[in-house]
Each structure stands twice: as C-alpha cells, then as structure tokens.
Design a protein around this ligand. Structure first.
Ligand code: HEC
Length: 151
C-alpha cells in the first residue's frame, strides 16, 4: 500500500516535470524561430538592400526558405501550454494569440502570402528592394498586436 502511494506520487511528479520540460522546449522553439527571422531580415537581407553587402541569390534563397518555414510553423508555434511559461529575454507572446485566435491566424495567413510572393518575385537586387519592406511590414503587423515587450 505504502509502496503503491510512493509510485503514484513519483509518477505524478515525473509527469509534472515532463510537462514543464515540454513547455520550455516549446518556448525555445518559438524564440529560436523568431531569432532566425530577425537574423535573416537584419543581417542577410537588409544589408543587401542598403548596399552594404553584395547581392547573393543563394543567401537570399536560404533566408526566404527560413521565413517560409516560419510561416508553416506559425499556426502552431504558440500552443496554449506556453501561455504561462517563463519567457527569458525582452519579449513574450500576448494573451491575445489565444483570446483572438481568428485575428492571429489572419496575421499568419497574411505573412505566409507575402513570403510566398516574395519567393516567386525576388530574382535580383531591384526585386529584393521592391519586396523587402512588405515582409518587414508583416513582421511588425503581428508584433504590434500579438507580442509583448517587457517594460
Ligand atoms: C503571426 C505573428 C508573428 C509574425 C508574422 C512574426 N512574429 Fe516575431 N514574434 C511573434 C511573437 C508572438 C513574439 C514573442 C514570443 C517569442 O519571442 O517567440 C515574437 C518575437 C520576435 C523576436 C524576439 C525574439 C527573442 O526571443 O528575442 C524577434 C527578433 C522577431 N519576433 C522577429 C520577427 C521577424 C523578423 C518577423 C518577420 C520576418 C517576425 N518576427 C514575424 C510573432 C510574430
């Protein structure tokens, strides 16, 4: 009887720890994805647009593929389990992601559309210059409503 209680308690504890680990994994996936977005926009594409780096189609394609990958992840990137998670760093998801799911999904769809179009259109520096600001606008549009900055 004693033994059984111990086993059940230990099992419950393990389940709790497992859930905590899964939650922090989900936080890490989300943050790593967003940081990769930031790197590709800020250190790959933007310097080419500004003429600080030469145009490099392979680097552009790799960056756009990563953004495309983000678009595919976004619908499930913030599961309800991360709502009350610990978010290291300056940003966390706004509760609006879960309260206004339709609004969030619309931002995801809009971002995905712009990235798909950009992938089809960006073939040289001029087309990069023409399409880069539109991608940036999609990032900001989601962040404005669905991202919180710790103040
Ligand atoms: C549909 C919503 C959405 C879109 C689109 C989106 N983001 Fe985010 N982003 C978030 C949310 C929510 C957070 C806060 C949680 C987090 O850090 O994952 C965030 C956080 C970030 C952070 C901070 C990460 C950290 O931990 O320091 C960066 C950088 C970032 N986003 C860059 C981008 C860039 C660049 C784009 C566009 C290419 C983009 N995001 C598109 C929702 C979005």
């Amino acid at each position: 009887m004693m033994m059984r209680t111990v086993v059940v308690v230990a099992g419950t504890l393990l389940l709790g720890i497992g859930a905590g680990v899964a939650q922090q994994d989900a936080v890490k996936v989300a943050q790593d994805t967003m940081k990769a977005n930031g790197r590709n926009m800020g250190t790959v594409l933007s310097p080419m647009v500004k003429g600080e780096k030469p145009y490099d189609q392979a680097a552009v394609d790799a960056a756009l593929n990563q953004l495309d990958d983000t678009a595919k992840k976004l619908p499930t990137l913030f599961p309800a389990s991360v709502k009350d998670a610990k978010w290291e760093g300056d940003f966390s998801p706004s509760p609006k992601i879960w309260e206004d799911k339709a609004g969030y999904d619309a931002k995801v769809a809009s971002f995905a559309k712009v990235v798909t179009e950009a992938k089809a259109k960006i073939k040289d520096l001029d087309s990069l210059k023409a399409n880069f600001p539109g991608i940036g606008k999609e990032c900001s549009a989601c962040h404005e409503t669905y991202r919180l900055k710790k103040g």
